[in-house]
Design a protein around this ligand. Structure first.
Ligand code: FAD
Length: 425
């Protein structure tokens, strides 16, 4: 690591309180000279950051990043694509910089199995990667059995657009083709799920698009919850920007979701039903399939971890970070995945050197756009609590009601640029 990189990393890690992290129990002695092998699974915001920071902190680690796709497609920013602010290509992240500049081995393959008893990662092509530690960041999977009528086959007709990929563009095209004065229905998922403010940002940016091209159109958000992230700020923004255009239907108003009829584009609730011209169903979620298949999830469907170092409660050699892990009260966001990746990377570097653990402080900061020059944000600072055996929020905050939303939008743009670089190099 160059002197500048090391200084930058130390500043960053100090800000996270992560430099002294590593539990004594992790500090398994390695024979002198043997490389400490880390396999990172998943090249999204969590995995790419982990791989990059492992090498920044401890360049002599042997780091392999396994990702099934050649190019990662970002979810952050995808609502802006749906709202017509950017082309879909704007969401692509490549691995060239990581490959070229970091000394990370990048393998484009699917991890088929984690053979935990032999500490080997088995790839689809049959290759076996032995490891001392795994960092697992597989993102989310959907609970296809949760809502009658909306299974994987149905999602090919009615897009969820909740994983980076072609569905973002499909939804955008459906919006563009919607009849004059039509209704877009967004079905939001129950907690916990990836990106708590995401469905409401999506409604806002769809409204931004429709206001210009189809101003009599309406957007309905059907919600199995009774409250949502940044709620007061969203409601105020909708009143200011899109009066009468967006309606939020919480569970307390019309009951739970009974079934979804994808042929008739109808959502049936306990006490009502809504017919959509454009239907977007965001299904309930759980940890990515590999985590479940590898026995790393609990009955909640998410991966229990020790938040001091994001080590799985099921396996002392596997760190689970990002959306797949259960780290309440941290939300499931790219920002959170990035912070957790740094804590896990520091823990692994410390373990490789036989150092003991500190207590990490983590941060999350999530922007949402309601229009190109109108954004809001929420921040949380989280610290490990011995008495709670988990994270507690030590500080939280939102955009003040009277704050300048244009300034927030400018900060959000700057964050998007720097954040992509921090994760993907
Ligand atoms: C519409 C929307 C907007 C959002 N906006 C924001 C935002 O503004 N700010 C923010 O902080 N967050 C935002 N998020 C949330 C963010 O996308 C996720 O929290 C983040 O992507 C989590 O990172 P991750 O590494 O856990 O998972 P992912 O980013 O999903 O990465 C997982 C990777 O693992 C790979 N993978 C999975 N299984 C395997 C396997 N078996 N073998 C090989 N590879 C595998 C996948 O291909 C994928 O690339 C948004 C999400 C959505 C849906």
């Amino acid at each position: 690591m160059s002197g500048m990189d090391r200084r930058r990393f130390l500043l960053h890690a100090a800000a996270l309180g992560a430099t002294t992290l590593s539990p004594g129990s992790l500090a398994a002695a390695k024979p002198a000279g043997a490389p400490f092998r880390v396999v990172v699974i998943g090249g999204g915001y969590g995995g790419a950051t982990a791989a990059r920071y492992l090498k920044l902190i401890k360049p002599d680690l042997d780091v392999t990043l396994v990702e099934r796709t050649q190019r990662y497609v970002s979810c952050p920013g995808s609502n802006e694509v749906i709202g017509g602010l950017h082309p879909a290509s704007w969401l692509e992240r490549r691995y060239e910089n990581l490959r070229r500049n970091s000394g990370i081995r990048i393998v484009c393959d699917e991890v088929k199995e984690l053979e935990r008893s032999r500490r080997q990662v088995i790839l689809d092509t049959g290759t076996r990667l032995p490891y001392d530690r795994v960092v697992l960041s597989p993102g989310v999977a959907f609970r296809w059995d949760a809502w009658a009528g909306y299974d994987e086959a149905a999602s090919r007709r009615i897009p969820h657009a909740w994983q980076g990929g072609p569905q973002t563009l499909e939804l955008r095209e459906e919006l563009a083709a919607m009849r004059r004065g039509g209704v877009m229905v967004i079905v939001a998922p129950p907690n916990p799920y990836r990106c708590p403010p995401g469905p409401y940002e999506r409604a806002s940016l769809a409204a931004y698009y429709l206001k210009q091209r189809n101003p009599r159109a309406k957007i309905l958000i059907i919600d199995p919850k009774t409250q949502f992230s940044k709620q007061a700020l969203f409601l105020k923004g909708w009143e200011d920007l899109y009066p009468g255009m967006i309606e939020w239907v919480p569970m307390s108003a019309e009951g739970a979701i009974d079934r979804i009829d994808v042929t008739r584009r109808t959502v049936h609730l306990d006490f009502g039903q809504h017919v959509a011209d454009v239907l977007n169903v965001i299904p309930p979620q759980k940890a990515g399939t590999l985590a479940e298949r590898s026995g790393l999830t609990d009955e909640s469907g998410w991966c229990p971890i020790d938040a001091r170092h994001f080590l799985s409660s099921r396996d002392p050699f596997i760190h689970v970070i990002g959306d797949a892990c259960s780290a309440p009260p941290m939300p499931k966001s790219a920002f959170a995945a990035n912070t957790q990746a740094k804590v896990a990377a520091a823990a692994i570097a410390d373990a490789a050197e036989g150092r003991d653990a500190g207590t990490p402080t983590l941060i999350n900061h999530c922007y949402s756009f309601l229009a190109p020059d109108y954004a809001i944000s929420v921040t949380g600072v989280y610290r490990y609590s011995e008495s709670e055996h988990g994270l507690t929020a030590t500080a939280t905050g939102e955009t003040p009601m009277d704050a300048d939303r244009r300034l927030e939008a400018r900060s959000a743009r700057a964050w998007q640029r720097h954040f992509a670089r921090d994760a993907f190099g």
